[in-house]
Structures are given as structure tokens and as C-alpha cells.
Design a protein around this ligand. Structure first.
Ligand SMILES: NC(=O)CC(=O)C(=O)O
Length: 304
């Protein structure tokens, strides 16, 4: 992480909108939809001035192993990067840009990549999905991202302007507690983890809420999960929906349904010290019993 030393006072309330949209096969239509949803979130915000918008995993393409290469773009010269940069600048907001298939031309690899933009339209974070979704549940779902994707090799923590530090993972990354643990602890002290994520109708009911709450309670931080909308009647991947914001107590702040919608929520950072004073697990770790691997080297954190 670079240039991320925090300076007080930090802003205490972050107003966010999660855009739960359904992406189809037509990329131009997907990008137009993103533009309209973001414009509308800014205009119709029910929580005052919006600071940040989150998009879902794979919002400009179908979520399909055999399609990633067809939709992959170079970063930062690709059309999706340029569009999100211009929308962030136009509205003066942060955008946690879900994820898109990224083409690494030099090595001929495809990554599932999430970019975050500052209100000036600059890229301030780039996370490549570290844990690829590779599962096979008999009678449920088989999905093999490894067939066409390569895995990222870094945790991602970055400074969200005057609000402080946050961490970023993509979907299956939430099942591995380490990324959130790294983000929440010294020297990063993040107040939230963002997870654009496309769980499905098998694993969503099993684990979506549980994992969001687990990461929040483990680390006494917010977890923010933004899903695509369900493709009712479609024959492709069925996203679970239920975009979700969970507070550091593990309580649900806001939850979407299954269709397309904009979900608004305020992350009240005053809660963090309250939760951490009341239930001080954040400070009670026993590094004489087990190693503190965060901040001790051996952890690879994204440095733009
Ligand atoms: N799609 C994913 O990356 C993860 C998922 O659906 C799950 O973990 O379940």
C-alpha cells in the first residue's frame, strides 16, 4: 500500500449505493445500464449526498467461464475503465467498480479484476480476484473459473480519501478470512471490506449472509456485498441477489431483494470504536500463542 498513512480527523459517515443490476450479452447495453443506474443513484439518493457507488461482480459481461476472454479489456485503456472514470468524475463520487474480465496482453492472461475510482476519476485500487471460484456441488452447481482465469496474488487495501482505509475482495475471496483480517488490522486499520460478488442460487442461501456477518464480526468492521440481479427465466448463471451491508456488530444495515435495484446505506464509522470497546476481541489477540502474520512481512498487499 502506498501513501496511505491516515490523517485525522476522518469523516465519520459514508453514504453508499449498491447497484444490483443484471448484465446480459450486449456489452454496450450493460454499460449504458450502469450509466443510467449511477446517474439515478446520485439523483434519487434517500440518504443525502452520496459518497460512493458499488457495482456487482462481472457487470459488463455474462458471468460465464467461456465468455470471459470475449469481454476482456485492457486496463486502463479499455472502454469500461474509461466510462467508470468519467462517471466518478462527473458525479464527484468514489466508484468501487464491481469486476470485469481484464486482459493482460503481455502474458496472455485473463483476470477477474475490480477497480476503484476517486471522485477525480483516478484509479485508486486494483484488485485481481485471488481465490478463483472452482467448485463442484453434485446436484447443485459446477463452476471452474480456473479454466480461463488466472488468480491475483495480492491482498488489496487502500485509502478512501478522507474516510479512511478499506479492503477489497471479489466474491469467492470472502470465503477466505485472511483478506479481511489483513485489511482490518495494524497497520491498515480498515473500517470496511467491499466484496462485489455473484453467489448463486445454490451457495447464496447456504452462505451469503453467514459469510458477510462472519467477516464483519471477526474483524469488527462493515462488510459490503454487491451482487448482480437474478436472471429469472434465463438459462445462464443465476446470481443470488440480496446485496447486503452488515455492520461491525454483525447486524444487517440494508439488504436488496432479487431483482434490479439500488440499495442505499450509511456506514456510520462511530460504531467501530463502540463495538471494539464493548467486545474488545480486536485488541485481545494472543500473539504469544499464534503468530501475528499481518504487518510482519510475508503479506503481499496491492501497491498501485
Ligand atoms: N462466484 C463466486 O466467486 C463465489 C460463489 O458463488 C461462492 O463462493 O459461493
Amino acid at each position: 500500500m502506498s501513501n496511505s498513512v491516515l490523517k485525522s480527523p476522518l469523516k465519520q459517515s459514508l453514504n453508499i449505493a449498491l447497484i444490483q443490476l443484471k448484465a446480459g450479452a450486449d456489452k454496450a447495453a450493460n454499460l449504458l445500464k450502469v450509466t443510467k443506474f449511477i446517474d439515478s443513484a446520485v439523483k434519487t439518493s434517500s440518504i443525502g449526498k452520496l459518497h460512493l457507488v458499488v457495482l456487482p461482480e462481472c457487470f459488463n459481461s455474462p458471468y460465464a467461464v467461456d465468455q470471459f476472454r470475449n469481454y476482456a479489456e485492457l486496463i486502463p485503456s479499455g472502454e469500461t475503465t474509461k466510462l467508470l472514470s468519467s462517471l466518478a468524475k462527473k458525479h464527484g463520487i468514489f466508484i468501487v467498480g464491481g469486476s470485469i474480465p481484464e486482459l493482460d496482453q503481455e502474458n496472455d492472461k485473463i483476470f477477474n479484476t475490480s477497480l476503484t475510482f476517486s471522485p477525480e476519476g483516478e484509479i485508486i485500487a486494483k484488485h485481481r480476484k485471488v481465490h478463483l471460484f472452482d467448485i463442484d456441488i453434485p446436484g447443485g452447481i459446477t463452476f471452474k473459473e480456473l479454466v480461463t482465469l488466472s488468480a491475483g496474488d495480492k491482498a488489496t487495501v487502500f485509502k478512501l480519501g478522507e474516510f479512511g482505509n478499506v479492503g477489497l475482495g471479489i466474491c469467492y475471496d470472502i470465503r477466505f478470512p485472511e483478506l479481511a483480517m489483513i485489511a482490518s488490522r495494524n497497520p491498515y486499520n480498515s473500517f470496511a471490506m467491499f466484496y462485489p460478488g455473484a453467489f448463486n442460487t445454490t451457495t447464496g442461501p447456504l452462505h451469503w449472509h453467514l459469510l458477510a456477518k462472519a467477516r464483519a464480526v471477526d474483524n469488527e468492521m462493515f462488510s459490503v456485498l454487491c451482487s448482480p440481479a437474478r436472471d429469472v427465466g434465463g438459462n445462464g448463471y443465476q446470481a443470488y441477489g440480496h446485496s447486503l451491508v452488515v455492520d461491525p456488530y454483525g447486524a444487517i444495515v440494508a439488504e436488496a431483494g432479487e431483482g434490479e435495484e439500488i440499495l442505499f446505506a450509511t456506514l456510520d464509522k462511530d460504531l467501530l470504536p463502540k463495538v471494539r470497546e464493548g467486545i474488545p476481541v480486536h485488541y485481545q489477540r494472543k500473539f504469544d500463542v499464534y503468530d501475528d502474520f499481518v504487518g510482519k512481512g510475508g503479506v503481499k498487499v496491492s501497491d498501485l
